[in-house]
Design a protein around this ligand. Structure first.
Ligand code: AR6
Length: 335
């Protein structure tokens, strides 16, 4: 999956490059910077001394020494001063410059911490938004897998209002699903008595129908449109290119080629939903596409209700959906 939000210690990530949230001196500090220098060993600091620091919004690359990655990209985020001092532009520049360096060094996998969101005080939800938007914009033109590493989930939250809205939506749907409606209760109370099995059931008039039924071999040949066929049809109907679709779905190119070339391909549920989101399908169409892959959307789990929430609100931004899924401890969309 091209962009993934994960919870981890970035010094443990086995990727081509990890990004360090450094300061202008590049000579180490606390937070993630301290953790990276500690894990890499003193040779990292020795190399950093040769770099003559770095401006805010800029990035520089070094070796990784004892870390399990190949490179460390050091970037300097802005100090939060209330948001009116070009903080966002500088933070965007941190991600862009770091990704450009990673690309130059032929990295295929890169992991970022949430730059500026610790000591530098950038609000975490806004820092995450900038990270996801800037990385996804870069990935629309470049092939790379980028991890956004969230260290401390307790202090991380999607926008307070969105979180509350989704929480309420889930509560309502759960309540609907788990509370009997009045009509259901009445139905149960008036439930018909058990059928009398002592009277034999007549199968006689079913015989001619059975004779007219197609053979099993014929029935199996008459398969409905498959998941892959419906997906490709919808892409055409929407006037999208394949790559627009799989990028918007946050699915990697290789997986998409597999689905395209195998009409009976069975995707995972998050993959199937990711395509429904990319195609901006209505709830009904989403359910139809899911059914082709053997899945359903129900009100008995949070994952499904969150998906339904976003579709009902016409919000098809897969990255926002993934942030919300992450905040509610659900698996993410994509491959
Ligand atoms: N792995 C992943 N993320 C981490 C880790 C880790 N091991 N440790 C902390 N974080 P911060 P900044 C998260 O303060 O705000 C340094 O002293 C943390 O939860 O490290 O850009 C530098 O030298 C937070 O969300 O960086 C600078 O002086 C995020 O990393 C200054 O801090 C960034 O927190 C830079 O401040």
């Amino acid at each position: 999956m091209p962009i993934q939000i994960v919870r981890n210690d970035i010094t443990k990530m086995k990727v081509d490059a990890i990004v360090n949230a450094a300061n202008n001196s590049l000579l180490g500090g606390g937070g993630v910077d301290g953790a990276i220098h500690k894990a890499a060993g003193p040779k990292l600091l020795a190399e950093c001394r040769t770099l003559s620091g770095c401006e805010t919004g800029g990035a520089k690359i070094t070796g990784a020494y004892k870390l399990p990655c190949k490179f460390v990209i050091h970037t300097v985020g802005p100090v939060w001063q209330g948001g009116g001092f070009g903080e966002r532009e500088k933070l965007v520049s941190c991600y862009r410059r770091s990704l450009e360096l990673a690309k130059k060094a032929c990295c295929e996998t890169v992991a970022f911490p949430l730059i500026s969101s610790g000591v530098y005080g950038y609000p975490k939800d806004q820092a995450l938004r900038v990270a996801v938007d800037t990385v996804s914009e870069f990935l629309s033109e470049n092939d790379m897998t980028v991890y956004i590493v969230i260290f401390d989930k307790a202090s991380y939250r999607i926008g307070e209002k969105l979180f509350k809205d989704i929480e309420e939506y889930i509560d309502d749907r759960y309540a609907e699903e788990h509370t009997d409606s009045v009509s259901e209760r009445i139905r149960r109370m008036n439930a018909a008595p058990m059928p009398d099995f002592s009277k034999s059931i007549q199968y006689g008039d079913m015989a001619p129908m059975a004779a007219a039924a197609p053979s099993l071999a014929d029935a199996v040949k008459q398969l409905d449109e498959s998941f892959s066929e419906m997906l490709l049809r919808k892409i055409d109907e929407r006037g999208m290119t394949d790559s627009q679709c799989y990028k918007k779905a946050n699915i990697d190119r290789k997986l998409f080629s597999k689905i395209r070339s195998d009409r009976l391909y069975k995707p995972s549920k998050p993959t199937a939903i990711a395509f429904a989101i990319a195609l901006e399908l209505s709830l009904g169409e989403t359910k139809e596409l899911l059914m082709k892959a053997g899945f359903a959307l129900s009100h008995s789990n949070k994952f499904d209700i969150i998906i339904e929430y976003f579709i009902e609100h016409g919000n098809y931004n897969i990255f926002e959906i993934n942030e919300a899924l992450f905040a509610f401890d659900q698996s993410l969309l994509g491959a």
